[in-house]
Design a protein around this ligand. Structure first.
Ligand code: ASP
Length: 328
């Protein structure tokens, strides 16, 4: 029988009511007591490295999870992580970059309702996660939620209350789980390379969400303070004229910074070549694009890049002395 390590980290799934609202309090053993049939699928060892509302999860917590997986990797057949839904997509993306080529499945789950309620999605999500983590063909990092299996880099929380809280963005769900049966949509090829752990992330990353008429006042502080700046732009991506000159000047002054254009639009991603507002700045600055990656995955990947590479790896020489094409 498969042996799964259950890493309980908090979230609604582990929460109880207090006079100030829900807060994680339930121990992993109590959570498992609500899904007794899990013993048909696997043996479980449980630990609880922290018990947080995922609003309070930080890259340090991701590191703690990775260290637990690394230390226990060859003693278990798979890993199930219970986690709050609010930042689950960030954690799933981060773990995807921090634990690569994992032939042992790493499954992240949670719920919209606490596991101790009579009407809850928690028990199904948790049981499905152990079923998926115990199945022979499972591997890599994914979220199991509301019967869907979503690649760790593709998940987005799209509903704040309903059970179908997560979508897979611009990529099919890997599988669905119904009545305890897994139906795989994508068959995964075994990893050729051995598992690789990256324990460090550099969280000196700023996510700059644009809004119409945005003012340039804070830009120089952001460029000064952060090593990577992700611009969450409109549509396929561009820099509005209200901040354009300041943004360009700061890119020119800080060629070693990692600047990435992402989009506020959930589906279909960026393409800065389409409009003049994007095309010109892309030609004139050292700026990467997120394309169809989610902002959650872009943030996690930027933290991973900063911690595990040098600016030479993403630096593209630019002649910043050119002038705006429409202003000569
Ligand atoms: N605030 C909770 C959390 O992210 C929400 C949830 O788990 O659904 O921890």
């Amino acid at each position: 029988m498969k042996h799964i390590l259950f890493i309980a980290t908090g979230g609604t799934i582990a929460s109880k009511k207090t006079e100030n609202g829900l807060t994680p309090q339930i121990k992993p053993e109590e959570m498992l007591s609500y899904i007794p049939s899990v013993s048909d699928y696997c043996e479980i060892t449980a630990i609880q490295p922290f018990n947080l509302d995922s609003t309070n999860v930080t890259p340090e917590n991701w590191k703690a999870i990775v260290q637990i997986i690394k230390q226990n990797y060859f003693d278990f057949d798979g890993f199930v992580i219970a986690h709050g839904t609010d930042t689950m997509a960030y954690t799933a993306a981060a773990l995807s970059y921090m634990v690569q080529n994992s032939s042992r499945p790493i499954v992240i789950t949670g719920s919209q309702k606490p596991i101790n309620l009579d009407v809850t999605d928690a028990r199904t999500n948790l049981l499905d996660s152990f079923i998926y983590a115990s199945a022979n063909d499972s591997q890599g990092v994914q979220i199991v939620f509301d019967g869907k299996v979503i690649a760790g880099t593709r998940a987005k929380k799209v509903r704040s209350k309903s059970y179908n809280a997560f979508s897979s963005i611009d990529f099919p769900s890997l599988a669905v789980i119904q009545d305890r049966r897994i139906m795989r949509y994508i068959s995964m090829l075994p990893y050729k390379d051995p598992v690789r752990f990256y324990e460090n992330m550099n969280d000196n990353v700023f996510l700059l969400k644009l809004l119409p008429g945005i003012k340039p006042d804070l830009l120089s502080f952001i460029f000064d303070r952060y090593d990577a700046i992700i611009v969450e732009s409109f549509g396929v991506g561009g820099i509005p004229v209200s901040i354009r000159d300041a943004f360009f000047a700061l890119c020119k002054e800080n060629p070693e910074k990692l600047i990435i254009m992402a989009t506020q639009v959930a589906h279909e991603g960026s393409d800065m070549t389409v409009y003049e507002v994007g095309n010109t700045i892309k030609k004139m600055c050292n700026i990467l694009e997120s394309y169809d990656m989610t902002p959650e995955a872009v943030c996690a990947k930027a933290m991973w890049i900063l911690a595990n590479s040098t600016s030479a790896d993403f630096y593209r020489p630019i002649n910043y002395d050119t002038i705006w094409p429409n202003e000569n």
